[in-house]
Design a binder for this molecule. Structure first.
Ligand SMILES: Nc1ncnc2c1ncn2[C@@H]1O[C@H](COP(=O)(O)OP(=O)(O)OP(=O)(O)O)[C@@H](O)[C@H]1O
Length: 258
């Protein structure tokens, strides 16, 4: 679904690359955390998936398409297949909950009857049934983030990118948000979430891709925020193989719908 082939991103030639020879594949339907200290390249990774930037070297594939090669008129179609959630919610403050979510459908030309039917359904999915009439300032932070998630998924994207979605929320509220993201993932959406929140990562036991100074330091399934593994060593006699993802990428994936 998302594939990075030897991707390097240089913003500033005098600084180290924001991403440095990163190769990763995230399959359709996966849930992956991107972790690492500030400046390690997490947001850069997400920006490249969205084609907000183009890699300096290497290639980024989304649903089989090399995003750097998309002509500019096809970029909106790419982004329509990708929902995005941020730390700071980014709701339209003068619009109701319903209108915030409906807006995402209006801009792609959905008709009113489809919008009237779909928005209440997606509000129910995120746990905001019956709250469509509220204004954002009448909601808690966790509720506002649920609206942002509803807006991000209302057009059924194949991918949901979340950049620190629990960064402004307390631990209990954050767990509620994670349940929503987990449900969306179980409905088939590929979820990639950048986070510093170790409690969340440790409670979810999903794939963890750890970046450090733009490089992939670790890529483990059902993992913790901090690796329990010692530095890579050969397995001992009688020991099961480590449960980890390969960071290499199969070649020749065809183009798919997001
Ligand atoms: N537009 C830009 N121009 C120049 N340098 C940039 C730009 N965006 C990011 N960088 C640099 O690239 C590196 C990676 O930044 P990035 O924002 O991807 O890290 P991050 O892991 O998301 O950090 P945080 O957790 O603080 O959001 C940093 O050294 C940063 O200063």
């Amino acid at each position: 679904m998302i594939r990075f082939d030897n991707v390097t991103m240089v913003y500033d030639k005098k600084a180290r690359p924001a991403l440095d020879s990163v190769s990763i594949e995230i399959e359709r339907g996966e849930f992956a955390f991107l972790v690492g200290p500030s400046g390690s390249g997490k947001s850069t990774f997400l920006r490249l998936v969205l084609r907000e930037d183009r890699a300096t070297a290497g290639a980024v594939f989304v649903a089989g398409q090399n995003v750097a090669k998309l002509s500019s008129w096809r970029v909106p179609r790419l982004r329509r297949g990708i929902g995005v959630v941020f730390q700071d919610f980014r709701l339209l403050p003068q619009k109701t909950v319903f209108a915030n979510v409906a807006f995402a459908m209006q801009v792609i030309g959905k008709n009113r009857s489809v919008i009237r039917e779909t928005v209440p359904e997606v509000l129910k999915t995120v746990g905001l049934e019956g709250m469509g009439h509220r204004m954002p300032h009448e909601l808690s932070g966790g509720e506002q983030q649920r609206v942002a998630i509803a807006r991000a998924v209302v057009n059924r994207p194949g991918i949901l990118l979340a950049d620190e979605p629990t960064g402004n929320l307390d631990p209990t509220t954050s767990q509620g948000i994670m349940q929503v993201l987990d449900k969306i993932n179980q409905n088939g959406t590929t979820v990639v979430m950048a986070t510093h929140d170790d409690d969340i990562v440790n409670s979810m036991r999903k794939r963890v891709i750890e970046l450090g100074a733009g490089r992939v330091l670790r890529d483990e399934a059902k993992a913790l925020y901090t690796s329990m593994m010692p530095a890579v060593r050969p397995p001992r006699l009688g020991e099961p193989a480590e449960d980890r993802h390969s960071v290499s990428s199969p070649a020749g994936a065809g183009e798919e719908e997001i």
